[in-house]
Design a binder for this molecule. Structure first.
Ligand code: GDP
Ligand code: MG
Length: 225
């Protein structure tokens, strides 16, 4: 898993995104430390882990970012138009208004009434995507909804990240074949249409986790060389 004194030729930042509980943190644990845990805690705060690999005789340090349990907030970004803003004690029922940025804006979704801190969300989002050259878009093959949300994640990614970012679609938990709710063909077709790489993985038994990272890192490597 890499000699820390090794000289590094490249550092590539890769972000993990997708709905909560699809297995992002476990995919990262498998890749970075060859570990897996069945009762993993939800990720708190943005964190990243690194692993250095050799690609075409060069040493490439992969810096993999895992979300802060902000999944819900990131996804909800697209529904601002129907949100109610609370500025201090004042309620603003408003379209998304960029001039509100920089204020202490709390927003809450009309349907749930669950308040969220808007400024903080914006700051986290841009820091998360800044400088990313690769993205792993993860869904859970046993949960249809996590696949149905992929187009929104893609839109979010394309709105915030570099245009040339290398993206791989990952159907995780492929060890749970008997609970499969998303066919390989559907996912493959979607990936082809959107120009994404695609693999099904299992963080539990390590299937394709290494390949998924190698695919993304090699493609990035080829683009920069
Ligand atoms: P995250 O919210 O996307 O980071 O999801 P986690 O990595 O925390 O995983 C959520 C749950 O799914 C945990 O209970 C994991 O142990 C489990 N899990 C993650 N990957 C796999 C997998 O490949 N197979 C199975 N069977 N369970 C998994
Ligand atoms: Mg997590």
């Amino acid at each position: 898993y890499g000699d820390p004194s090794q000289k590094v030729d490249y550092v590539f930042k890769v972000v993990l995104i997708g709905d909560s509980a699809v297995g992002k943190s476990q995919i990262l644990a498998r890749f970075a430390r060859n570990e897996f845990s069945l009762d993993s805690k939800a990720t708190i705060g943005v964190e990243f882990q690194t692993r250095t690999m050799v690609i075409q005789h060069k040493s490439v340090k992969a810096q993999i970012w895992d979300t802060a349990g902000q999944e819900r907030a990131l996804l909800d970004f697209h529904f601002f138009l129907s949100w109610t803003f609370l500025v201090g004690s004042t309620t603003l029922k408003s379209d998304y208004n960029p001039s509100l940025e920089g204020y202490n804006v709390y927003c809450r979704r009309q349907t749930t009434g669950n308040p969220m801190y808007f400024d903080r969300y914006r700051a986290v989002t841009s820091a998360y995507y800044r400088g990313a050259v690769g993205a792993m878009l993860v869904y859970d093959i046993t949960k249809r909804q996590t696949f149905d949300h992929i187009p929104r994640w893609l839109e979010e990614l394309r709105g915030h990240a570099d245009k040339n970012i290398v993206i791989i679609l990952i159907g995780n938990k492929c060890d749970l074949e008997d609970q499969r709710a998303v066919s390989t063909e559907d996912a493959k077709e979607f990936a082809e249409k959107e120009g994404l790489f695609f693999l099904e993985t299992s963080a539990l038994n390590a299937t394709n986790v290494e390949s998924a990272f190698v695919t993304v890192l090699t493609e990035i490597f080829n683009i920069v060389n």
